[in-house]
Design a protein around this ligand. Sequence first.
Ligand code: FES
Length: 126
Amino acid sequence: MGRRWLPSLLAGGLAFQHVLLYLCAMFYRHHVFFCTNQREDGRPCCQDHGAADMRAHAKDRVKALGLARPGGVRINSAGCMNRCAEGPVLVVYPEGVWYSYRDRSDVDEIVERHLMEGEVVERLKI
Ligand code: FES
């Protein structure tokens, strides 16, 4: 496929979202994006709820559980994902399950039930 693999896949009719899902499945069992966007204009944002600290906590938990590896779990920061009013938010791929959380115990529950057991945490799902 060479260096032009992404344009080739897209030109072949695959939607970018499907390419992203394929790549996530290829490298990580679960790829988690925490919105850590900070706004300075007073509008709601995930960082108003300590999103960067919650992301760091999730990263530490995943590492401590031995999940942070290829074929395991990757925790990343993301900019605004346009669900600000429901924030703080994170999304887990390849399932595309969105969560809102309030504290470390919510993040721990997502790590232990979803990322380890593959069970969607319905009470935190948005
Ligand atoms: S600021 Fe987090 S979704 Fe917009």
